[in-house]
Design a protein around this ligand. Structure first.
Ligand code: ATP
Ligand code: MG
Length: 429
């Protein structure tokens, strides 16, 4: 196929054999968030470029080199969203739903776009489920976010394969003092830093902590630690969070190098990481961003949130073989009809059954075909039962009911009794 007719590198089709697992994952998360009292919000996929520059920060990887930015026909600079927090904050400000101090617990799902080097677990269009809470400033809500994800990993059967890493970045005042100390220390070791870190030292020094370069990492061993610069308020907040995680029994490790890629975090930051996916090990990440709403023109508003990468979590379910059996079967019953009269009767019968059993997954054979070919399709569909309408059944106004997975003999069921019979043998989702 010519290149122009292929999908863009790093942007994937999710094929029909993959969508059941995606829907299972998304459905599990949606139900959990409903149960904890979170409400869904849906934002556009495109925003003014300025929004991301203002919120994410000019000197972050995302804004410096990963955004899909273009001019629209009016000459406005637009960007495909690289993450969801900026648009969510814009939306709550625009609609005035946080300005009076109202608590909002929101979540969203959808595609995000970053021009990164595509590899396993890292794509240019990827999908996130994200969550943001506004106007709650205590550690109790930070804990709730983590507790919810912990429950999710449990429901999905992947709890043993993920680890929680925690850090506190403090208030902006304590972070400012820490930044000064870090810059002073790193400047004294300037020559031993890699080029990227030398540049970050000037633009965004905390990001040096995040380096993958071994020489720079060696320099960092003796660098000042954020934990020693936390003010009382940040320290109390962090202790409050840890106490709640301890109370619920959620294990964590403190990672003083965890700074997150975005500029807007303060106090709590966390990541759920796994060693099952190779280099792309972070499956969910978030933190508190109490300064962001004000930075974007709103009143001072506490905020905390996280985002999880759906591709990486789906990959984990596959890698750990945590795929529930029922999601692979998509048909309960397959109706085969032979001859024109039987086809008409079959259609009408199928609709009557659907009226009574709206959750039954009933597939009616299309494209006619011989006895043998229809049976083959019935079997291939994965259905538990085939329904058969041929000349004999038509004459007696019954339908043949044939178990396809070895649970007994074929029997005849009167048309009127079919729905009631199916209700007893098919567990409906
Ligand atoms: P990473 O360190 O892996 O680049 P990040 O810090 O850039 O992640 P966030 O912006 O915090 O990621 O996004 C939250 C989650 O979204 C990540 O933990 C990850 O699971 C997922 N994610 C981020 N970028 C990608 C991508 N390019 N492809 C697939 N998933 C991604
Ligand atoms: Mg990244």
């Amino acid at each position: 196929m010519s290149k122009s007719l292929q999908a863009i590198r790093g942007m994937n089709d999710i094929l029909p054999e993959q969508t059941p697992l995606w829907r299972y994952f998304e459905g599990t998360v949606a139900r959990l968030l409903d149960n904890y009292g979170y409400k869904q919000i849906r934002m556009p996929i495109v925003e003014f470029t300025e929004l991301f520059k203002r919120s994410i920060g000019e000197v972050t990887d995302i804004v410096e080199k990963e955004m899909y930015t273009f001019e629209d026909r009016n000459g406005d600079s637009l960007t495909l969203r690289p993450e969801g927090t900026a648009a969510c904050v814009r939306a709550v400000l625009e609609h005035g739903i946080t300005g009076g101090g109202q608590v909002q617990k929101l979540w969203y799902i959808g595609p995000m776009f970053r021009h990164e080097r595509p590899q396993k677990g890292r794509y240019r269009q990827f999908h996130q489920i994200g969550l943001e809470v506004f106007n709650l400033d205590g550690p109790d809500i930070d804990a709730e976010l983590i507790i919810m994800t912990w429950r999710l990993w449990g429901e999905l059967g992947i709890r043993d394969a993920v680890k929680l890493e925690l850090n506190s970045l403090g208030t902006s005042e304590s972070r400012g003092r820490y930044r000064e100390a870090l810059v002073e220390y790193l400047s004294a070791h300037h020559d031993k830093l890699d080029e990227d870190s030398q540049r970050r030292l000037k633009t965004n020094p905390l990001r040096v902590l995040d380096t993958k370069n071994a020489d720079t990492q060696a320099v960092l061993v003796d660098a000042p630690k954020m934990a020693d610069y936390l003010d009382d308020e940040s320290r109390a907040h962090f202790e409050g969070l840890k106490a709640r995680l301890d109370a619920v029994g959620i294990p964590y490790v403190l990672n003083p190098k965890l700074v997150r890629g975005l500029d807007y975090y303060s106090k709590t930051v966390f990541e759920w990481v796994t060693d099952k996916l190779g280099a792309q090990g972070t499956v969910c990440a978030g933190g508190r961003y109490d300064g962001l709403v004000e930075q974007m023109g709103g009143k001072p508003t506490a905020g905390v949130g996280f985002a999880m990468g759906i591709e990486r979590l789906v990959l984990m379910l596959e890698t750990l073989e945590q795929i529930p059996e029922e999601i692979s079967r998509q048909v309960d019953v397959y109706l085969c009809a032979f001859g024109e009269q039987a086809e008409l009767a079959g259609l009408a019968l199928a609709e009557r059954v659907r009226d009574q059993l709206p959750n039954l997954r009933l597939q009616v054979n299309a494209g006619a075909g011989s006895f043998k070919s229809q049976f083959k399709k019935a079997d291939k569909s994965g259905a538990l039962y085939a329904l058969i309408l041929g000349d004999d059944e038509m004459a007696q106004q019954v339908v043949g009911f044939k178990p396809l997975r070895g649970q007994g003999e074929q029997q005849s069921i009167a048309w009127d009794a079919l729905a009631a019979h199916l209700a007893t043998c098919v567990v409906q989702g």
